[in-house]
Design a protein around this ligand. Sequence first.
Ligand code: AMP
Ligand code: GLY
Length: 420
Amino acid sequence: MRVLLIGSGGREHALAAALIEDPQLEALHVAPGNPGIAAIAICHAIDTDDNAAVVALAQQLEIDLVVIGPEKPLVNGLADELRSAKIACFGPSAAAAQLEGSKDFAKQVMADAGVPTAKSFTCTNQAEVEHALDAFGAPYVVKHDGLAAGKGVVVTNDRAEALVHALLAPRVVIEEFLDGPEVSLFGISDGINIVAMQPAQDFKRAYDGDHGLNTGGMGAYSPLPWAPADIVEETLVKVLQPTIAEMNARSTPFVGLLYAGLALTSKGLRVIEFNARFGDPETEVLLPRLRTPLAQLLYKAATGALAGEKLEWSSDAAVTVVLASEGYPESPKTGEPITGVDRSHIIEGTYIFHAGTTMRDGILHSSGGRVLTVTGLGKDLTQARSKAYEVISGITLRGSHYRKDIALAASTNAPQSGEK
Ligand code: AMP
Ligand code: GLY
């Protein structure tokens, strides 16, 4: 099988690393990729916002399957154009990607499908906003309706701050605050069938103890020793299957990765958000644990052949820790040299996944806020943590920071503290 993967982050590096392990893979091409991916696949420097350019590349390379990593090309309709050109694609149509692209749309689908989620109002003017804020009270949760690259959601006790954030966007969803730990649970769907992956948890705040601003994710781990034993089955039955059925009933089947961000509240499981693609950095802990050959799995999803599919997992635990640039997330400083990235080769059961790196004059430099992520595998979370931290502590990047408490509480079987 000849695969073209779209994207350039740590998630795509983890996808690439798993795809090349599939015995049926003949060639892996990536657009645009990054220096880490370039070490294991053939990278193509094209503009992946240009759907026609991606279709042309796939045709020229005689690609059997395109796997789309990030949300932007999905919302831009890349999957639709590939399917029109008769190229199998793992990734939802623009219409189905609205599950991530519009919070209001996701709420409507959940309401129609009977999926448990926070009560909410969709507001388009100040009077509606104020009414919604006062209906729920503090803590206030305000979400911009459209794609916002992680900056669209504010959770605050300050009504004035909530109001200001709400008035920044033409349409917002204001919803009840959900307490309890957060879990990320992904399903792989062919539009009719959906297969659940194992749960993971990510750490959204910049600093230890869940302090600092929200980020794209500072680390993750899987499995979750503290989670209810039936969480996968419950999410499948209450969330993933009804959502896939509802999308199908609307004639916009969802083919790809359905990401359910869950809160395990005192009243039961609730969906916080949907995404239409693999989560980052959760993918960097899930895929190193997945034993099922990934290219074949995603090809089955892309071609409507997932019925009866069961996933196989290693019994290892995985922990990933993100190395972030100085000033991330407010104003990341980039262009600094990075050393020590060869160390994962000498410590078994560790991986370095590049995210914001670039090669300049043969030397690796930082080029983004989240620079790379180090995954450690071990017999339990304690061992996985110690491997990930051993490698990351040997990497140097001036001014960089990383959290020291990823999976720390979970390694003693307790859920993480806040996760908010
Ligand atoms: P989202 O982009 O919807 O995932 O929101 C980003 C983060 O905001 C989530 O991971 C949660 O930590 C937090 N959040 C979102 N919605 C709620 C909610 N209803 N109650 C509490 N926290 C929330
Ligand atoms: N881990 C959060 C996300 O991928 O959106």
